[in-house]
Every structure is written in structure tokens, then in C-alpha cells.
Write a protein that binds this ligand. Structure first.
Ligand SMILES: Cc1cc2nc3c(=O)[nH]c(=O)nc-3n(C[C@H](O)[C@H](O)[C@H](O)COP(=O)(O)O)c2cc1C
Length: 208
């Protein structure tokens, strides 16, 4: 087995983080820039935290190319709001384009060819092409440093959910219709087009 301590170069740790934690869901986070233009970027260090209150968390790292905080957390700390948009197969190229490092204040919806639509409870806009949107109000923040590669957790309370009707089967989201896409290591993106079903074991079945 290859074994290593984690006190070396952050790039080595990062390589094995993204190669091990797979597939990763992707939050496409839209925020408002200071001048009111739209910022949007994907984050695959992303998870659900609580059902009620409905809380999600994601982690923007300090940008390794400049050593600066990314535009998304910068906007969230000022505006206290954001939207998480979800990725389906049909929009992967556009979502990838939103990860470009553009100068602060450039409208990233326009850059990626995405359409901005108003939200109901927050000022940050939603990605029309995305089939699920979570409107979020900033809750808390934990930082692990301000050097390249150092991360932080940002949590948001989801105050409004929008799900495209076409995804729903008897009130539940159909994974097949949603066609979500995850993130892999390197340049890999992962399609969810092959699934297996396992029955959830109850205590009585385990004891048989
Ligand atoms: C699919 C995908 C997932 C990504 N996940 C993360 C992540 O979890 N954390 C992070 O800091 N950057 C992540 N990035 C890189 C950011 O999207 C990129 O740095 C972007 O420029 C940040 O934009 P912003 O400065 O507008 O916030 C990811 C990129 C892609 C394409």
C-alpha cells in the first residue's frame, strides 16, 4: 500500500482527496457581484447537512493561482445569500465554462451561455437551464486558513426549493429523468446512468 503523512505539499493531499471521494455531487453556486452582475461557479466539495432546518454545505478553497479568496465566498459573506443549481447531463459543458477564472464583476452567466432568472426569496439569480434550484440564506462559516489549498465550510439554509415538474414521479425526483452528473478526479465527470438497488435492512432481518 502507498501510505503518506499529510504534512507535505497541499497538492499531494488534494490529488488523493479528489481521487478518493468519488463521485462528488456538484453545487453550481450563483451569487451577486458587488455591481449587481451574476457570478456562478461549480463546487464539488458539497453535501447535505440537515433536513429541517434544511442545511447544505460546500467548500471553496483559497485559489491556488493567486492565493486569494474566490469570488463566490466573497459575495456570500457580503450578500448573505446564494443559490445552488444542480447539473444534468445536458448542461455539463456550460457548467464547466462557469469554472473559468474571470475578472471580478464579469457576468459569468453570459460567459457560459446560461440564462439568469430571478429567485423568489433571495436576490442571487437562478440558472434557468438547471432543473433543480435551492435558494439559500447564509448560516455559518468555518475557515481552515487563508493560504492556497486551504478550505472553508460555508453552510446555507435552503429557504426555497424549485424542481422542474418533468423530473417528478409520484412526488419524488426520478434519478433517470434528472440525469445528474458528478465530479471525478482530474478531468473526469461521472454520469449516473447505471444504478443498483439494495433493500434497506431492518434490525429484524439482520438478526435472522
Ligand atoms: C466540476 C468542478 C468542481 C469544482 N469544485 C470546486 C470545489 O469544491 N472547491 C473549490 O474551491 N473549487 C472548485 N472548483 C473550481 C472553481 O469552480 C473555480 O475556482 C472557479 O473559478 C471559482 O469561481 P469564483 O471565483 O467565481 O467563485 C471546481 C471546478 C469544477 C469544474
Amino acid at each position: 500500500m502507498k501510505s503518506f503523512d499529510t504534512n507535505g505539499d497541499f497538492k499531494e493531499n488534494y490529488k488523493f482527496l479528489i481521487g478518493s471521494i468519488l463521485p462528488r455531487p456538484i453545487a453550481v453556486v450563483s451569487t451577486l457581484n458587488e455591481d449587481g452582475s451574476n457570478n456562478v461557479a461549480p463546487f464539488s466539495f458539497f453535501t447535505a447537512v440537515s433536513a429541517k432546518p434544511m442545511i447544505v454545505a460546500f467548500s471553496p478553497l483559497i485559489r491556488s493561482s493567486t492565493g486569494e479568496m474566490k469570488d463566490t465566498p466573497r459575495n456570500i459573506f457580503r450578500e448573505k445569500e446564494f443559490v445552488i443549481n444542480f447539473v444534468s447531463e445536458g448542461i455539463v459543458d456550460k457548467i464547466n465554462a462557469t469554472s473559468a477564472e474571470l475578472p471580478y464583476g464579469s457576468d459569468e452567466f453570459t460567459h457560459a451561455g446560461l440564462t439568469a432568472i430571478d429567485s423568489e426569496k433571495v436576490k442571487a439569480r437562478r440558472v434557468k437551464e438547471s432543473l433543480i434550484h435551492f435558494e439559500c440564506v447564509y448560516r455559518d462559516h468555518l475557515s481552515y486558513g487563508d493560504q492556497p489549498g486551504q478550505g472553508q465550510i460555508i453552510t446555507g439554509e435552503v429557504v426555497k426549493v424549485h424542481i422542474s415538474e418533468e423530473l417528478l414521479d409520484e412526488g419524488r425526483i426520478s434519478t433517470e429523468k434528472f440525469a445528474p452528473v458528478g465530479r471525478g478526479a482530474g478531468n473526469d465527470w461521472i454520469l449516473c446512468d447505471h444504478r443498483i438497488q439494495l433493500e434497506r435492512l431492518m434490525q429484524a432481518q439482520i438478526q435472522k
